[in-house]
Design a protein around this ligand. Structure first.
Ligand SMILES: NC(=O)c1ccc[n+]([C@@H]2O[C@H](COP(=O)([O-])OP(=O)(O)OC[C@H]3O[C@@H](n4cnc5c(N)ncnc54)[C@H](OP(=O)(O)O)[C@@H]3O)[C@@H](O)[C@H]2O)c1
Length: 323
């Protein structure tokens, strides 16, 4: 089969489109013919050496949509021909991927492979962040950083679906504002002095929830505009720096700082994702959630896809067409 391999850490040029072996399944796994996969920011971090701790070479990619072609002897829920999304064990930038049955989910017939491929990481993550980690309540105000991106744009839509009051999104470029508005945000602002702007919008109170994937200065400033009883969820560090919080910033104000990783959840508590999958796919089936696809490229153009995401010019998801 053809796939993308990383032999050494580096820029997009280290992504090589080569011939490779079809992976072998274990007893509890399914082999999937990948139709589409997607680019996630973690792929950039893995490729450049900021995250990857596994062996070399490796196939990048966290999620895929495709068709089951073979099932392990202990697999109960799937058979060849089923249309599925999955979080594969060995990377998804390839014509075939293997995934544990617990990390494989049926695609409802109303969804095409493009929508399905856009959903696993950003849909599951945004749903879980808002519902289970930030415990969103009706009327809550929500600040979402990098709101035009894959996670951000999905989280804006889901916050509204979950009954948020005011949703505020941050973006770095003027031309990204429109897609965040279209996703349902009430306000779209830049990063410059965003805490002051958020306080203005919320009449001094601050927001009930912040979703922060940028970290560093953005994390610290987010605490300046988090209301009493507010929840700040830290789940990424696109800025490359870490933010700090002092205990005294939390106690009297009844505020919480929470962390979440879909990777750790997939590894240690995959069963937690069953309800999440059902919820996300239900909203997609009814059309309430429409995860934005900003760009589709063939798999062999993975370098271009990574360049686009790193340029901070992409909006929504970048899909890689495999088959
Ligand atoms: N915890 C988890 O399990 C989990 C899972 C998936 C994703 N994530 C995190 O969620 C975030 C979004 O992921 P995504 O795949 O949906 O990517 P994305 O949002 O589509 O693209 C990344 C965006 O991050 C923003 N950004 C802010 N500072 C940046 C910087 N210094 N360099 C590059 N981009 C920067 C850019 O938007 P602006 O230019 O508008 O700021 C950029 O468009 C990432 O931090 C990712 O690691 C976490």
């Amino acid at each position: 089969m053809k796939g993308i391999v990383v032999n050494e850490f580096g820029g997009p040029e280290v992504l090589e489109h080569v011939e490779m072996q079809i992976p072998k399944i274990k007893k509890n796994e399914v082999l999937i013919e990948v139709i589409h996969t997607s680019v996630n920011y973690a792929d950039i971090k893995n490729r450049s050496g900021r995250k990857w701790k596994g062996s070399m070479p490796f196939v990048p990619g966290l999620d895929a949509a495709g068709k089951v072609v073979e099932v392990g002897e202990k697999v109960q829920q799937f058979r060849p021909g089923d249309r599925v999304i999955c979080f594969p064990r060995l990377g998804s930038y390839a014509e075939y991927a293997v995934a544990n049955e617990k990390l494989t989910f049926s695609i409802p017939e109303q969804l095409d492979f493009t929508s399905a491929a856009a959903c696993p990481t950003v849909g599951f993550l945004s749903y879980h962040l808002l519902k289970s980690i930030a415990r969103i309540n009706d009327g809550d105000s929500v600040l979402i950083h990098a709101a035009a991106g894959g996670v951000g744009n999905t989280a804006v839509q889901l916050a509204k679906i979950f009954g948020a009051g005011s949703v505020i999104g941050t973006v770095s470029r003027e031309e990204k504002r429109q897609v965040v508005k279209e996703a349902g945000a009430d306000h779209v602002i830049g990063y410059e002095n965003f805490a002051d702007r958020v306080k203005e919008i919320t009449e001094g109170k601050g927001v009930d929830i912040v979703l922060d994937s940028v970290s560093g200065r953005i994390f610290e400033e987010s605490l300046d505009c988090l209301s009493h009883f507010g929840r700040l969820v830290h789940f990424g560090n696109t800025s490359g720096s870490t933010g700090t919080v002092e205990a005294k910033q939390l106690h009297a104000s009844c505020r919480s700082v929470l962390g979440f990783s879909l990777g750790t959840t997939r590894k240690e508590r995959p069963e937690m994702l069953q309800d999440t999958a059902a919820g996300v796919l239900q909203y997609m089936t009814t059309g309430q959630l429409d995860i934005k696809v900003g760009k589709k490229l063939p798999l062999r153009h993975a370098r271009e896809a990574h360049q686009l995401m790193e340029s901070r010019k992409s909006v929504g998801k970048i899909i890689l067409e495999v088959n």
